[in-house]
Design a binder for this molecule. Structure first.
Ligand code: PHE
Length: 468
């Protein structure tokens, strides 16, 4: 893979990609896009929001959202990127110029860049938890630990702003180092080893989970829908998570799509990435819930869920210290490749728009993000009572950390995705879109109509329900 960011803001559409590197193969794009998609969202967030929202019915809604909203939008984003051949904001601007659209469409890119920045600020804090757990696991502290001891380790970490800050800093530095150097072949090679590794370790934990005697209970929790447990806010969370987990609505897939060679099928690659992403999330659920039930824990325990269940499993299984350490190392890698893709859009934009060089723009964006992350850290301890928008019913009881998560996943991402669906479905030249995708006639119709009607209506209905 040769991925360079030497794009300039000028240039015609046709010539746009000539001066930039392209992915070396379909596999390279799939790996990079999967590296972005598979992250904390799959292993940390999916299990805990599933637990909080009652299980089966929520999972079903989430799967529907992936198929009816996520995949069509991923295709649309990759398409915008490849057709525009520039960073997201400029790709949108160029497409708008070419198809004589209102230049304001680039707002979809701007929302994305903003959302990515906000997400990275707290994503890095959680990435820091994973870094800290490598030490916890490697030092053998987990061996034979009781649920109470494991909980004490976690609450101890959250209550200690200094330690959280240290690991948040380490994580952000890791992300900045890669972004500053340009996202090159190292990433592709790393992802091609680490993603299968993560997959295998997850399978090992699932294997262990099967021995707990509560596997069946977990399977029915995850796959037997009980609609009485589903709330309208649960639907919003499922929709938001479909965007979050597939890295949609924030221009990441546009940025990656801009390096995709013309002869590669956008549909096939998007579907492959989505299936792998969903597979990892479901595996994580199957790994975690048997342990939750076997130890009489609360499925709705919230953001700490995996940090309180997986350590228990590693403490009890043979060679748990080794597997536990490896697992958290791979979790860091999964989070790292996602973190890189979160910082990339802003850095690219600063380069193109403000003419900064790559190192300076990485430093500026990374440090700003790191500073904002400190607010999330404090909201876990010293500021745990601070609820800035608490006067609005919608935001009641939400700390800064909760607010950032809610605003991005549940509002900004779906909004960014909605704009993408509308611009590609209703405004871009249909001929151009059709050429870019080169699908069979029926395949194109299915996708086009889903993108034009199903996707926007679904997003709007969920929004209106939740605001009303
Ligand atoms: N998809 C990543 C995850 O599930 C998070 C992410 C969101 C990364 C948006 C990039 C862009 O963890």
């Amino acid at each position: 893979m040769s991925y360079s960011s030497s794009a300039t803001a000028s240039g015609t559409l046709e010539g746009a990609s000539a001066s930039r590197g392209l992915w070396s193969s379909r596999l390279a794009f799939i790996l990079a896009a999967t590296g972005s998609a598979v992250g904390l969202g799959n292993i940390w967030k999916f299990p805990y929001i599933t637990g909080e929202n009652g299980g089966g019915a929520f999972v079903l809604v989430y799967l529907v959202c992936i198929a009816a909203v996520g995949i069509p939008i991923m295709m649309a984003e990759v398409l915008i990127g490849r057709r525009g051949g520039h960073s997201p904001v400029n790709s949108l601007r160029l497409i708008a110029e070419r198809d004589k659209l209102n230049p304001a469409w680039k707002i979809a890119g701007i929302i994305g860049v903003l959302a990515a920045f906000l997400i990275l600020s707290f994503y890095s804090v959680i990435g820091g938890w994973a870094v800290s757990y490598v030490g916890t696991a490697a030092s053998g502290q987990l061996a034979g630990a009781t649920p109470e001891a494991v909980e004490a380790i976690f609450t101890g970490l959250l209550g200690d702003p200094g330690t959280l800050l240290l690991w948040h800093t380490v994580f952000m530095a890791l992300v900045m180092v890669v972004v500053a150097r340009g996202v090159r072949s190292g990433l592709e090679r790393a992802v091609s080893i680490l993603m299968p590794g993560l997959f295998i370790l997850l399978l090992i934990v699932v294997g262990y989970a099967m021995t707990t005697g509560h596997f069946g209970e977990a399977v029915s929790f995850l796959f037997q829908p009980d609609f009485s447990k589903l709330t309208t806010s649960g639907v919003l969370v499922a929709l938001g998570h479909a965007f979050f987990t597939l890295s949609l609505g924030m221009a990441v897939m546009m940025a990656y799509g801009s390096y995709l060679p013309k002869n590669i099928s956008i549909a096939k690659t998007s579907i492959t990435v989505s299936i792998m992403d969903t597979g990892v999330a479901l595996l994580a659920g199957l790994a975690i819930f048997p342990i939750v039930f076997a130890n009489g824990m609360e499925p709705g325990a919230g953001p700490g869920l995996i940090f309180q269940t997986l350590p228990l499993a590693f403490g009890q299984m043979p060679m748990g210290t080794l597997f536990g350490t490896l697992f958290f190392v791979l979790l860091i890698f999964a989070a790292w490749t996602s973190g890189i893709s979160l910082l990339e859009p802003l850095v690219e934009w600063l380069e193109e728009q403000k003419g900064m060089n790559r190192t300076i723009s990485t430093l500026a964006a990374g440090i700003a993000c790191w500073l904002l992350g400190i607010a999330s850290i404090l909201s876990l301890n010293l500021w745990s009572d601070v609820t800035p928008l608490g006067m609005f019913a919608m935001f009641e009881g939400k700390t800064i950390f909760d607010l950032l998560d809610f605003l991005t996943a549940n509002i900004l991402l779906p909004l960014g995705g909605l704009l993408v669906a509308i611009v590609v479905g209703w405004f871009m030249s249909k001929q151009a879109v059709e050429n870019e995708l080169s699908l069979s006639e029926s395949g194109f119709k299915l996708w086009y109509n889903t993108l034009r009607f199903v996707t926007p209506i679904a997003v709007l209905v969920v929004f209106i329900y939740n605001l009303a």
